[in-house]
Design a binder for this molecule. Structure first.
Ligand code: ARG
Length: 581
């Protein structure tokens, strides 16, 4: 049973307010003695022409309010608030049995049934290294996709590859001049980067040389656009090889996409977009280019066709969103792209709206901050300041392995090398992932190895460790023939126990809020709270040798529920667990 849900339903039938609205108004009182949920009566003052405390007092005595609770909920008032208190034992039994029956799928709902949600994320550029900057969109987008699909939405994961633009003309020129076939096979992205840099270096040799190269590149791009076989084949090769490299990283991170339509896919659809804007009288000439003016929206004009007749980024996005709507009739179309592109998305959505497409309101730009390094020396050996994601992940798992090995040695070496490697991969990747998701997404992240791998800090290692510790308690219990018993879970009413229970109950709400605000940190914060509450309870209470068998079995059931909930929450973030570490 979902107590908050039932309270909202009862309040709704007593007050005539919409249930969703009531649910949004229900608060968690700041002090335990005030109860579990509180409803502020201010909203009713206007319609009822009464003071909120009077309304609260009137509501309190309505039998409707406690319908369906079997006496487990009592109602009280404090000034303008109606406070609901749920019997602690009943609450404990209810939530623990709910979690144990749902296991690591606890928190799932079906509120999104039948609705398509597109989550576009990662979207790296072909022929360029996949660096730590791409990690934010990749990790955040993956988590949002997980969260939406756990809520029952049909999620379609889009990777809007940057596979189009004049730079591909340059790459073709450079490849024909300097490309090394072996290097292309061994390390395509490094090779493509090398020749791309060489192209620009050569351009600096002399203005004549520059003109020659640029002309050739422009010519190649034109041929590519016109579908000339040889140029298309080269471009396709660059794309395929790059994608192979990206996919290795995705696989390592457990990330999948449903759709890899890159910018090139939308290019042939642009003329129709231009025509549509023209027909609607929205395109205006401006210094030879064609733009949609957005003065009324308080935005600079959106450039659709450049003065040389070529189309640009924004036109490809317009074509893309129209395609997505046509194909998927989306409920939401989410773009997980860095904050520097905020203006771009505002313009694209504003153009859509102006063209009469109301689904512009269902398009959301989910922006995020930057990753900054506290310790600049961490990667200082590399030329430039590009840090490749794979190398970053390698370093994270290596450092994790050092810690895990040391801990294992302290326990007399209870892990094999193979186990250490496997566990470190999960924990190391988890640590990186959590670092991106532990705070509001628009904040910059100050990255530090020690913070990230602190087994006692606000980190993935701490959470995974808590999970593993619980699993080890449960294994030990099983060895002694004990197991959790939901039937006695109503004995869990001590303060430490209640804190754990309460944070488990609130997890479900956190998931919904995370989706609504596109903030996975609402989930990371909640599971961090659950883990802290659990560890406090664990340090203060005896489990296997509790005072009575009933208490022992109740506590074991609580342990199991906490492990399931942690696993569920971590999975929503894109983080795995280990049974032992
Ligand atoms: N490839 C682009 C970049 O790396 C990001 C694409 C964002 N998505 C979009 N629909 N414009 O900057």
């Amino acid at each position: 049973m979902d107590y908050k849900d039932l309270i909202a339903a009862n309040l709704s039938s007593c007050t005539g307010l919409d249930k969703e609205q009531v649910a949004g108004l229900i608060e968690i009182p700041p002090k335990l003695e005030l109860g579990d949920y509180a409803f502020p009566c201010f909203v009713l003052a206007k319609t009822l022409h009464k003071a909120p405390p009077v309304i609260a007092a009137g509501l309190k005595d309505s039998p409707e309010l406690v319908k369906g609770f079997d006496g487990a909920v009592t109602v009280d008032t404090a000034g303008p608030y109606v406070n609901f208190r749920i019997d602690k034992g009943v609450l404990a039994r209810t939530v623990i049995s709910e979690i144990i029956s749902e296991g690591d799928q606890y928190g799932n709902r079906n509120i999104g049934e039948g609705k398509n949600v597109i989550v576009e994320f990662s979207s790296p550029n072909i022929a360029k290294p996949f660096h730590v900057g791409h990690a934010f969109t990749t990790i955040l987008g993956n988590s949002l996709s997980n969260i939406y699909s756990r809520l029952g939405y049909n999620v379609i994961r889009f990777n809007h590859l940057g596979d189009y633009g004049t730079q591909f003309g340059k790459l073709i020129t450079a490849y024909r001049l300097w490309g090394d076939e072996q290097a292309m096979q061994d390390n395509p992205i490094d090779e493509l980067t090398r020749i791309y840099v060489k192209f620009h270096d050569e351009c600096k040799v002399s203005p004549e040389r520059e003109k020659e190269l640029e002309d050739d590149a422009r010519d190649n791009f034109r041929k590519l656009e016109e579908g000339e076989e040889e140029e298309v084949a080269l471009w396709k090769r660059f794309r395929d090889l790059s994608l192979e490299v990206f996919e290795k990283t995705y696989k390592r991170m457990g990330i999948k996409f449903d759709n890899y339509n890159g910018e090139s896919f939308y290019s042939p659809r642009i003329p129709a977009v231009v025509k549509m804007l023209e027909d609607k009288g929205l395109l205006e000439e401006s210094e030879g280019a064609k733009v949609v003016k957005l003065e009324d929206e308080g935005l600079p004009p959106c450039l659709v066709v450049k003065s040389d007749g070529t189309t640009i980024y924004a036109s490809r996005d317009l074509a893309a969103v129209l395609y997505r709507h046509e194909e998927f009739n989306f409920y939401k179309n989410i773009y997980v792209v860095g904050l520097p592109q905020q203006l771009h998305f505002r313009q694209v959505f504003a153009v859509l709206k102006k063209a009469g497409y109301d689904f512009a309101d269902d398009c959301v730009h989910v922006g995020f901050g930057l990753l900054k390094f506290k310790d600049n020396t961490a990667f200082s050996t590399r030329a430039g300041n590009i840090i490749k994601l794979d190398e970053f992940l390698d370093k994270a798992t290596e450092k994790t392995a050092e810690i895990i090995r040391k801990n294992s040695e302290l326990r007399g070496g209870d892990m094999t090398d193979e186990e250490i490697a496997r566990v470190s991969e999960t924990v190391g990747l988890g640590a990186v992932t959590y670092t991106y998701l532990k705070a509001g997404r628009e904040k910059d992240i100050f990255f530090d190895w020690d913070d990230m791998l602190d087994f006692e800090g606000d980190t993935a290692p701490y959470l995974i460790y808590t999970y593993a510790r619980i699993r080890s308690i449960l294994r030990k219990a099983a060895d002694q023939g004990f197991a959790g018993d939901i039937g006695s879970a109503d004995k869990l009413t001590a303060e430490d126990e209640y804190a754990v229970i309460r944070s488990l109950v609130d997890f479900k709400d956190a998931v919904v809020k995370a989706a609504e605000s596109y903030e996975p940190f609402m989930i990371s914060r909640q599971i961090a709270l659950i883990a802290r509450n659990f560890n406090r309870f664990y340090n203060n209470s005896r489990i296997l040798n509790a005072d009575s068998e009933e208490i022992r079995d109740a506590r074991l059931a609580l342990c199991e529920a906490v492990a399931d909930c942690l696993k569920s929450g971590l999975d929503m973030l894109g983080i795995g667990v280990v049974e032992k570490m």
